[in-house]
Structure formats: structure tokens, C-alpha cells
Design a protein around this ligand. Sequence first.
Ligand code: SAM
Length: 232
Amino acid sequence: QLSKRLARVGDFVPDKSRLADIGSDHAYLPVALVLQNKLDFAVAGEVVEGPYEAARKQVRKNGLEEQIVVRLADGLSAIEQSDAINAVTICGMGGTLIRDILEAGWNNQRLQGNERLILQPNIGEKNLRNWLTDHGYTIIEEDILEENTKIYEIIVALRQTNRVAYSEKECLFGPILLERRPAAFNKKWQSELEQRERIVAQLTRAQNTQEERINQIEKEIAQIKEVLSNES
Ligand code: SAM
């Protein structure tokens, strides 16, 4: 039984995909999707020995060694050309780490550019969307959901010929979430607003000289207020 978060990620994986799940931990996602007959083949990549062993165990327990290959590797280096991967999931990490994994895979050509990326950053979504827009990706779907008092975002991206360049505001809020404004989106940004206001108050009280940082946070505060006041 997948968590609501991973089940939603799975919904964005097209039928008959050849999936690479990077940072797979227990390989829960590829195992569940193969059991649902959604995948032809999967690679579960892990860089840490413990989770790698856990993934191998989970695959063996379900008798799926034919369909799921578990590899101990850093990021997208888990992918081999002969895998013919066409979908990549990277979930449950910070957006900056996901970005760094994509950047490394881009540079060593493990990422071909024709895979569908299904990304679930826990924080730092803006850095990730900046990377996607800089590398010619279009965000084709986004979602936001709450589970166990935490709010998670999911970003689905694909490189298309008619590329879209996203604005700073779209990178912060998500171009699709900004249009749709689901309830969890408003809840998240209300809390992000309060958090930023607390930080600015602290920095100001401490007569902190990080003027540039304060200016950046204040700019975001204004953007968040604007977005929340347009809530319909
Ligand atoms: N993807 C699962 C999920 O969403 O539930 C597991 C998330 S877990 C919090 C993050 C996993 O990513 C850890 O098992 C960690 O070892 C792995 N990880 C972190 N950096 C990685 C990298 N560069 N390459 C592969 N795996 C990595």
C-alpha cells in the first residue's frame, strides 16, 4: 500500500513506461507500479547501502527480479543506455538535491532529454523549476497534496519543441498550481508567508546587515501577498 504522496506520483507515470526511480529507498514505488502492471521495466537506484539492500529485499520478496533491477549508484548514473528508460521519478528529497541530480545526469548524458520527469521535491521547488526552465523543459502537470500535516508538490516535466520560459513568479509558485489554486496551495503559501515574515522580523531585530537577503525575502512576501489576495 503506497502512501498518498507516492500513489499520486504513480498516477503521473504513463502506462507501459520503462521507469528509473532514483533514491528509491525500499523500492516501494516501482514495486507497486509493476504489481499494477503499469511498467514494462524499472531501475531502482540508491546511493546508500542500507536503502539499496532494502530495495533489493523488497524486489526479491515480491518475486520481481525480472522486471526491476536495483543498482547502487549516484543519481542518474543508475541508468544504462540499454535500459531505454522513458520516465524518471525522483521523490522525497529537497528540490536543490533533485536539481543537482538532474544537472549531473545532464552533464554525463545519463539523461537523454526525452524522458518524462516526475519530481516530488519536499522543499526548494523554485530552484528545481529554474533548472527545468533553463534546460528547455515544459511543466506539463503539477499537483499539491497534504498528507500527515505535510504539504507536497509534484512536478511533471517534458522537453518539447515549443519550449516555455517560466517567470520568477511561476518558478516560485508553479505555473499550473498558480492557475488552479487548489486548497492545499493556499494553505502552503499562507504558512510560507508567516514564516518569511518571522525571518524578516528576526533579521531586522538583530540589526542584521544581510540587506540583500532581506530584500529578496521581502520581494517574495509581496509576491505571496499578491497571489493570496487574488484568491477566488
Ligand atoms: N523516493 C522515496 C520516497 O519518496 O519515499 C525515498 C525518499 S528518501 C527520503 C530519499 C532517498 O534518496 C534516500 O534513500 C537516499 O539514500 C536517496 N538518495 C539521496 N541522494 C541520492 C543520490 N544522489 N542518488 C541516489 N539516491 C540518493
